[in-house]
Design a protein around this ligand. Structure first.
Ligand SMILES: NC(=O)c1ccc[n+]([C@@H]2O[C@H](COP(=O)([O-])OP(=O)(O)OC[C@H]3O[C@@H](n4cnc5c(N)ncnc54)[C@H](OP(=O)(O)O)[C@@H]3O)[C@@H](O)[C@H]2O)c1
Length: 294
């Protein structure tokens, strides 16, 4: 049996669905049972509870030969790092106590750095905790999710621009989260990683916000859609206004500065193993559908 954390989320849902389709036994983990119902119908066992609760996670991992793990975001957490540490420690402890043999961690580009990367620093710490367990661990360091663009749609709608603190011409590895889930499922089903392995997942090619905005504009019938770069302070204030904790809003600003200044970057040259299939052009259809639906 393979335990899957975040099984109703972007990546975990794809991990669970893909494993079930391959005939694997899956235990789907998240807090809300209703959101796990489609996986239960597809044959998954459901474990509903909070990943900050070690005894829950210990039950959820018991009997698992492998696990897909992540630190789910809580946008209101403050300080965000204390929240990440609490869930990360609970996960590591439950994995240790249940002796799960193989563990995949959803990590991020930039997790090679201990600090100065905003929320990514919490994933650096989680990689360190899982290294200490001494088992077989695969750290999937994913690029910037295409899904992040969903949060730009209200701005596009209300102001007729796309914007953020990323510089328009900085090239970033950007990826569809479904490709992250597919890579994790393939590794778990293949049972083919041993020791500690770091693998970057980078999307089909690097993209700039200027290019992303052009593709998005075309998809929503606004070919002249412009990208506007905001100062870091204004960006953090807008995130706090949208409901994020002030602390997390500031951390995101730090992360974006890390991308703009070239500190957060990939550690290995792009390769077939780090290149994933879904293009932003095809993903933009989902963004356009959401834009039209609102
Ligand atoms: N966005 C990016 O560009 C990017 C890039 C690289 C890495 N990442 C990493 O990706 C991770 C998020 O992955 P994702 O996008 O697949 O997740 P997601 O779509 O945000 O889904 C979160 C999942 O975790 C569950 N969950 C939330 N809080 C929980 C809790 N306290 N206890 C148990 N389950 C909980 C949710 O279901 P319930 O709400 O029902 O519990 C849901 O299934 C983060 O660690 C982030 O750092 C993101």
């Amino acid at each position: 049996m393979i335990a899957v954390m975040g099984a109703s989320g972007n990546t975990g849902r794809v991990v669970a669905e893909t494993l079930l389709a391959r005939g694997e036994k899956v235990r789907a983990i998240a807090r809300h049972v209703d959101r796990l119902a489609p996986l239960a119908r597809a044959g998954a066992e459901v474990a509903a509870g909070d990943a900050g609760d070690v005894s829950f996670l210990t039950r959820a991992f018991t009997g698992a030969e492998a696990a897909y793990t992540l630190i789910p975001p809580d946008l209101k957490a403050s300080p965000f790092r204390a929240y990440q540490d609490r869930l990360g420690e609970a996960t590591a402890r439950a994995l240790r106590d249940t002796r799960v043999r193989r563990v995949v961690l959803l990590s991020s580009v930039g997790a090679d750095l201990p600090s100065g990367t905003g929320p990514i620093a919490g994933l650096h710490a989680q990689e360190a905790r899982l290294r200490e367990l001494g088992g077989d661990a695969l750290f999937l360091r994913a690029g910037y999710f295409f899904e992040n663009l969903f949060s730009s749609l209200p701005l596009v709608r209300s102001q007729g621009i796309n914007g953020g603190a990323l510089a328009p011409d900085v090239k970033l590895a950007m990826i569809a989260s479904r490709d992250v889930g597919a890579a994790a499922a393939a590794a778990l089903a293949g049972r083919d990683f041993s020791g500690v392995t770091v693998r970057e997942l980078l999307g089909p090619r690097d993209l700039t916000m200027a290019e992303v905005t052009r593709v998005l504009g075309k998809a929503i019938g606004k070919p002249d859609l412009a990208y506007v770069q905001f100062p870091y302070e204004a960006f953090a204030a807008a995130l706090a206004q949208a409901g994020l904790s002030k602390d997390l809003a500031g951390q995101y600003a730090e992360m974006v500065r890390g991308f703009n200044e070239g500190r957060i970057r990939t550690v290995a040259p792009r390769s077939p193993a780090s290149t994933t299939p879904t293009t932003f052009e095809s993903f933009a259809e989902a963004l356009a559908a959401a834009y039209r639906a609102a």
